[in-house]
Ligand binder design. Sequence first.
Ligand SMILES: *Cc1c(COP(=O)(O)O)cnc(C)c1O
Length: 340
Amino acid sequence: MTAAPRVFAKYEEIADGCEIDLSDNTNLWGPPPSVQGVLAACEPRDATRYPSAYSNHLKGAISRYTGFEQSMIVTGCGSDDVLDSAIRAFGNPGEVLAQLDPSFSMMRAFASVGGLSVTGVSPEADNLAEAFTESGARLTYLCSPNNPTGGVIPPEVIEAIVAAARGLVIIDEAYIEFGGVSSLGLLERYDNLLITRTLSKAFGLAGFRVGYGVGSPEVVRKVEGARGPYKVAWMSEQVAVAVLDNDVEWATQTAQEAIGNRRRLTAELRKLGCKPLESSANFVLVPVSDSSRVETGMRMRGIAVRRFVRLPGIGDAVRISIGPWPLMERCLDALREAVQ
Ligand SMILES: *Cc1c(COP(=O)(O)O)cnc(C)c1O
């Protein structure tokens, strides 16, 4: 047997050889119920054909789920694809993208490929809306609940930022099923806005790579133009449609369990003397004095977590994904030994 190619070495190495992977916030309750039936019913002969250029079936399912018209929906190969396309559509070289610091690390990568510079805004700023406005950014990225901290930006602050922004505001709701208030309602009043979501987290479909954005028809047209055709694979579209049509209840239930376990894990971590950040997502960020040591120690005990080094305002930390409670107990055992 040959080893699988290491395409995303950074992520794969973390989980390598680990029995329990708590490093990437995917759904640890397993795949949604519809997946197996869809895969079994797939016609191999369709493999020779291209999928629909802009995933109209999937747009239909997202429209039924969100209540927005298809002209306000753009899909992508994961929401990463939608975020990347939005930056390419709305950002020009030399312009500035403003985001919280820390926030989702991929945005820095997308911005720098497009020749944009990134300005970090401290979540501790006295007036967050003003701090964003004063950055003079052409593009604003807000992630709420935020990765990696788990914190939310209050809805009135989000609205103030959108109202004052000079250009497009991207609101990343990858973790919205686990907490916080969705900004979808702002689309009634503002059109300089793109709200992105993913099926990789609460919906348990990270391997199929499906994400979407909701915005005004003009914004969506521009993002889709930068995205290009055929980005959602044939099987991914079929699976995503079935899951959005049939498994929302399943996703809601596992998300509820994640929220309960997040509270329980947070309490247990406090008993250990840790100071986990208050989280509204399916992970908690735990500041530690030396994240390399803790991550390695946990990996030796079969648990993969994501390590962060010198985060602004936080320092070293490890991020732990929330899963079924037996996994959390194993994690606590490993952490107890690793922080000693
Ligand atoms: C996981 C994650 C995504 C989703 O990525 P996909 O490409 O949809 O798998 C987007 N934003 C944030 C903040 C994330 O943590």
